[in-house]
Structure formats: structure tokens, C-alpha cells
Ligand binder design. Structure first.
Ligand code: SF4
Ligand code: SF4
Ligand code: SF4
Length: 283
């Protein structure tokens, strides 16, 4: 009996180790597959991150994918439906495989649900890793949170599909903006085609727009004619050799530059352009 008992013990122990080895193998293989998969599942450059997020590469290094920001966003008091007492669809989502965003990281899609620019910015205050940097939304003088300092992106207007540019009266985006008349204004323009009507065109201020996406969410066209893009995508870059002589901040930018950061196009090394107009025709 004792022998039998020992055999059972040895067999079960072997099985235990075999199981561990098998699981470890699976885990390693799974880990490799998962790593490969998450590498592939990189974020689209159009991904919009929560308020106060660091630059994308630093954000990805620091975000531990805990989901606390999305949870805080979901449970914020203003997200509770008055009729049902339950939270509504929330702004921040944690990326899943099908989202075209690095899996497990927070993002939002303004056309679906915009950011409501909460005064207390609960998504940022709860972040344990500084992937959401509270100093980016803290007023240095008062030490208080300031939602106007958010910079999730920049709203861009497609003048071809915005019906206000056709002369049709529409101010849906303007009215939806929490920073109306600062981040977005309506600019008057004469309608030369009819000679008697006016255009009231929405114009976004790159200095004041936070990228909350309330305008995109409210836009009446089938596909939003105003939409938020990450700032690096929405804005151009003139290069350090163009300086506004009348702008002290711009001069400071150049004064502060580090030589290795300068990226200028070396015209001397570029191929000389063909002078088609003055070239003698050869027949
Ligand atoms: S500030 Fe925006 S993202 Fe943050 S909790 Fe409020 S609605 Fe959500
Ligand atoms: S709370 Fe911070 S660390 Fe956690 S998922 Fe959100 S951004 Fe990442
Ligand atoms: S994204 Fe739109 S609604 Fe939000 S601040 Fe900018 S212009 Fe206003």
C-alpha cells in the first residue's frame, strides 16, 4: 500500500511538474505572442489621449494601463443619468484589440463621447503614474486645477463640408464649445455669390482650444466638418530659421534652441531644380 501510495505521489508530482512546464511553455509562448500582438497593435497617430497626457512616446512608457482614469471618468457625478441614477456612456475608454490603439491604454473618440472638461479633472488626479501630468493643468500662480489648460488636441474645420461656409446658418459647434468666443468664434464674411447674405464661419483659436471635442460631437453634418486632431498632426512646424521679428516668444524659442534639435532643409545638398521656363527647347 505504501509503495502504491508513493507511486501515486511520484506520478502526481511528475504530473504537477509537467503541468508547470506545460503552463510555463504556454505562458512563454503566450507572452511572445501577446508581446508581438501588442507591438503590432500600435496606436493610430490620430489617437486622442486623456487631459494632461504626456507626449505619446513618454505616455506609453509611463502608463501602467491600470484604468483608473477611465473609471474616474465613468463614475464622475456629472456622468450619472438623472432618470436612471446610473452612469452614462463615458468619455475615456481602455483600448481593446479592435480599437487601433495600443491595447489597454486610455483614449477617447469625441464624435462618440467628448470630454466634458470637468472642473476637478478626476481622470488626472487619480493617475498613479504621472502618465497624466497634473502640472500641465495646474495654474502655477494659484496652485489650482484649471481645465482651460487642457490640451488633448486641436479642432480643425473642413471648410468644404462645413455648411456655414456654404452660407447656411449653423452655429452648432460654436454653441457647444465650453470656451465659446475664445476657443471658437464666428467670423462674419460677405457672401459675394448672392451679394446680400452673410457667412458666419467658425474659426478655432489654436491658443485656446483644448481639444475637448464638444464641437465635433455637436456638428450636424453626416461626417463631422469640425474634428479634433492631436496637435502634432493638426499644426505645421516652420523650422528654427523662420523667426517672427515682432514676437518675443518666437525669438525666445530660437534663443532656447539646442543645436542638435535644429532640423533644417539643407538647400545646398538638394538637387538644383530644373529651370523649365528658360530651358532652350531641343528638337
Ligand atoms: S475631464 Fe474629460 S476625460 Fe477627464 S473625467 Fe472629465 S470628462 Fe472624463
Ligand atoms: S490612470 Fe494613468 S496609468 Fe492608469 S491607465 Fe490612466 S493614464 Fe494609464
Ligand atoms: S475642441 Fe471644439 S468645443 Fe472643445 S475647446 Fe476646441 S473648439 Fe471648443
Amino acid at each position: 500500500m505504501a509503495k502504491k501510495g508513493k507511486k501515486v505521489e511520484i506520478t502526481s508530482r511528475r504530473r504537477f511538474f509537467t503541468d508547470i512546464a506545460y503552463s510555463a511553455g504556454l505562458a512563454t509562448m503566450g507572452g511572445l505572442l501577446w508581446a508581438g500582438y501588442t507591438q503590432k497593435a500600435k496606436s493610430s497617430p490620430l489617437t486622442l489621449r486623456p487631459p494632461a497626457a504626456l507626449e505619446e512616446k513618454d505616455f506609453l512608457k509611463l502608463c501602467i494601463k491600470c484604468g483608473l482614469c477611465a473609471e474616474a471618468c465613468h463614475n464622475r457625478p456629472s456622468n450619472i443619468d438623472r432618470d436612471t441614477g446610473k452612469p452614462k456612456k463615458s468619455t475615456l475608454k481602455m483600448a481593446k484589440a479592435e480599437d487601433n490603439v495600443t491595447i489597454g491604454t486610455p483614449f477617447f473618440t469625441p464624435r462618440d463621447v467628448p470630454c466634458y472638461m470637468c472642473d476637478d479633472i478626476p481622470c488626472v488626479t487619480v493617475c498613479p503614474s504621472e502618465a497624466l501630468d497634473i502640472t500641465k493643468v495646474t495654474n502655477k500662480k494659484t496652485g489650482e486645477l484649471d481645465f482651460k489648460m487642457m490640451d488633448m488636441g486641436l479642432a480643425v474645420v473642413d471648410s468644404n463640408s462645413c455648411i456655414a461656409f456654404w452660407g447656411i446658418q449653423c452655429d452648432a459647434c460654436y454653441r457647444a464649445c465650453p470656451l465659446m468666443d475664445k476657443a471658437i468664434k464666428l467670423e462674419y464674411d460677405r457672401n459675394e455669390r448672392t451679394g446680400k447674405h452673410a457667412f458666419l464661419k467658425p474659426v478655432v483659436s489654436m491658443y485656446d482650444c483644448t481639444g475637448c471635442g464638444m464641437c465635433e460631437n455637436a456638428c450636424v453634418t453626416e461626417k463631422a466638418a469640425i474634428f479634433v486632431l492631436p496637435r502634432e498632426i493638426a499644426l505645421g512646424r516652420p523650422g528654427d530659421h523662420y523667426v517672427k521679428g515682432w514676437d518675443k516668444k518666437d525669438q525666445q524659442r530660437v534663443a532656447n534652441r539646442v543645436d542638435k534639435d535644429i532640423t533644417t532643409h539643407d538647400k545646398r545638398s538638394a538637387k538644383k531644380p530644373e529651370d523649365y521656363l528658360n530651358r532652350e527647347l531641343e528638337y
